[in-house]
Design a protein around this ligand. Structure first.
Ligand code: SAH
Length: 222
């Protein structure tokens, strides 16, 4: 949980962003709105991008990666339907912004976030530290195989594009758990799957998203 508030300098820009996300229905949930208000995006962007921190756009971070577009983060977060006390696995920490939003919503729960680039692991850890967030573990590893050590998870979120959802992740998802991922080649569909006693069922599927590719063993080929 964070104790810091968004400073005044950015609060009107944040209000504008939230208005846009609400008008376009990318933000419909009060709790997710409160997460956006309490987890300041400008703490997670590069110094050169500070002026653009509250644009509804992805922005470059390091290693050719991006901090995700706010509208995509709000939609994915809403679709994940997070509850207090849950255990979440995130694959692709990047700047740590989405991670921090998850940590806010999970309250007494915990977030395990796996990132493949050491520079981004450091960047995210520093960003999370600034906000005094203590219910997140950022792990340097190939998250395409998941993170079996602390499984099963109530929720799994993949923040990079995969050709198909890596199979090991289904084993690491608890019963009634949800997994969200962008699946596809040059353009991806955002899919939400649920693990039930009868098998995996699709809850949501919406096309036309573009994410950076998932790397690693079960990542994109070629
Ligand atoms: N949501 C993040 C951005 C995610 S971009 C934010 O808002 O900042 C996708 C991230 O996934 C990148 O940081 C990339 O390095 C990471 N990634 C790609 N393949 C990965 C893998 N196999 N394991 C872990 N992280 C991976």
């Amino acid at each position: 949980m964070t104790r810091k508030k968004v400073d005044k300098k950015y609060s009107s820009q944040l209000d504008d962003l939230i208005r846009i996300l609400k008008n376009t229905k990318f933000l419909t949930n009060n709790k997710v709105e409160s997460a956006f208000r309490n987890i300041p995006r400008h703490e997670f962007v590069m110094p050169s991008e500070l002026d653009r921190a509250y644009y509804n756009e992805p922005l470059p971070i390091m290693k050719g990666q991006t901090i995700s577009q706010p509208g995509v983060v709000s939609r994915m977060t809403e679709w994940l339907d997070i509850k207090n006390g849950q255990k979440i696995l995130e694959i692709g920490t990047g700047s740590g912004w989405q991670t921090a939003i998850l940590s806010y919503l999970v309250e007494n729960g915990i977030v395990y976030s796996v990132e493949i680039h050491p520079e981004l692991v450091n960047f995210a850890r520093e960003n999370l530290k600034k906000l005094e967030i203590d219910n997140v573990h950022v792990i340097l590893d190939d998250g395409s195989v998941g993170y079996p050590k602390t499984s099963p998870y109530d929720r799994i979120i993949i923040t990079a594009a995969c050709t198909e959802i890596p199979l090991p992740l289904f084993d690491q998802l608890g019963e009634n758990g949800l997994i969200i991922a962008p699946v596809g080649d040059s353009s991806q569909s955002l899919v939400v799957l649920k693990k039930t006693s009868e098998g995996i069922i699709e809850i949501k599927n919406q096309s036309n998203y573009v994410f950076v590719p998932l790397l690693g063993k079960f990542g994109k080929k070629g």
